[in-house]
Design a protein around this ligand. Structure first.
Ligand SMILES: Nc1nc2c(ncn2[C@@H]2O[C@H](COP(=O)(O)OP(=O)(O)O)[C@@H](O)[C@H]2O)c(=O)[nH]1
Ligand SMILES: [Mg+2]
Length: 320
């Protein structure tokens, strides 16, 4: 059983040594623990520092490609390096390495495919009230969209089974956190949560540069991912809203018409006709989206099989 801990890093020379030092190298139920960092085009000495502290694998992005891309590149490299379990943690030493055994326990026990560390944000002193409320509301929305019960949707401390890592395909480009949960729920992977403790803040968040930007980015991911998995539902709701918007003035028109005063309400009739027309088109678009989403499923199935063949090749290569 090989565990690889991956750390996405963008300019983490200061906090990486402590983060790596805190990762236990001897864990019950695991034979080997390795560490992989994804250097996302850091302009500081992250790579030199990583080499000097004995990080086992380094994935290089020549330029900054963002966290979501780096996360996927990390999963890919971990699979190629033969990981049975992959843990993701942050390079700013926000999460405690000592929490890793608890985090991977449900995977070792074959009870879960993905485990998300719950930071219990209510108890984090340096989180502002706004950040706490946002975390609560955002996580509630993600639970509804993904049909899961994860209390801390944006926690970056997570464990993935090899199978889950093979099945998750992140396509948005801001962060992987929300998208993995929506995908896990829709792909019927078992995703659970365990409480974890966090360290004191080491620096300001680089992902949450401003709260409004953060909300826009996360909403963007939620709407697009939900629509990708449930296009018919989304378009059905929008289409129905258009039809209802058309029904109201047409009932009003009918009322006047039947009372012999229909002549002056032609605007209502035009508005209603336009809304019916738009509503119908949206419903048809939903059908189209639904058919396209079947394609995604088939393409993903092919991708998984191709990945398995590719990984078999890497396995043979490493065995000589
Ligand atoms: N690959 C990559 N990682 C990033 C980027 N920005 C932040 N990170 C990493 O994502 C993790 C979380 O970032 P952080 O700034 O601590 O955000 P927080 O989760 O809000 O605390 C850390 O390991 C960072 O190094 C980026 O542009 N690219
Ligand atoms: Mg952080």
């Amino acid at each position: 059983m090989k565990l690889i801990v991956q750390i996405p890093c963008f300019n983490e020379e200061e906090t990486l040594p402590q983060t790596v030092a805190d990762i236990p190298r001897d864990i019950a139920g695991v034979d080997e623990v390795e560490i992989l960092i994804i250097d996302d085009g850091s302009t500081d000495r992250t790579v030199e520092v990583a080499k000097s502290i004995g990080v086992d694998h380094i994935v290089y992005n020549r330029r900054n490609k963002g966290l979501a891309f780096s996360f996927m590149a990390g999963l890919d490299a971990c699979l190629k390096a033969g990981a049975d379990i992959i843990v993701n943690t942050d390079g700013d030493n926000q999460y405690r390495g000592s929490g890793i055994p608890d985090l991977i326990a449900p995977i070792l026990a074959k009870e879960a495919d993905i485990v998300v560390g719950d930071r219990k944000t209510d108890n984090i002193q340096h989180f502002s009230l706004v950040k706490k409320l946002l975390q609560k509301l955002g996580s509630w929305v993600v639970r509804r969209l993904s049909d899961t019960s994860i209390p801390d949707a944006v926690s970056g401390f997570r464990a993935f089974s090899r199978e889950a890592a093979l099945r998750i395909n992140i396509v948005s480009n801001y962060s992987y956190t929300v998208e993995t949960i929506i995908q896990a729920g829709n792909k019927k992977l078992t995703i659970v949560s365990v409480p974890v403790r966090t360290n004191k803040k080491t620096r300001e968040s680089r992902l949450v540069k401003s709260i409004p930007r953060f909300i826009i980015n996360q909403l963007n991911t939620m709407v697009r991912m939900y629509t990708m998995f449930r296009p018919l539902r989304v378009f059905f709701i929008i289409g129905c809203l258009c039809v209802i918007a058309g029904l109201i003035p047409s009932i009003r028109f009918l009322y006047f018409y039947l009372n012999g005063a229909g002549g002056g309400h032609i605007q209502s009739l035009i508005f209603a006709a336009v809304m019916f027309f738009v509503g119908f088109q949206v419903l048809v678009l939903g059908l189209l989206g639904d058919v396209i989403s079947f394609n995604r499923k088939l393409i993903e199935e092919t991708l998984i099989r191709v990945k398995r063949i590719e990984l078999e090749y890497y396995k043979k290569k490493s065995e000589g």
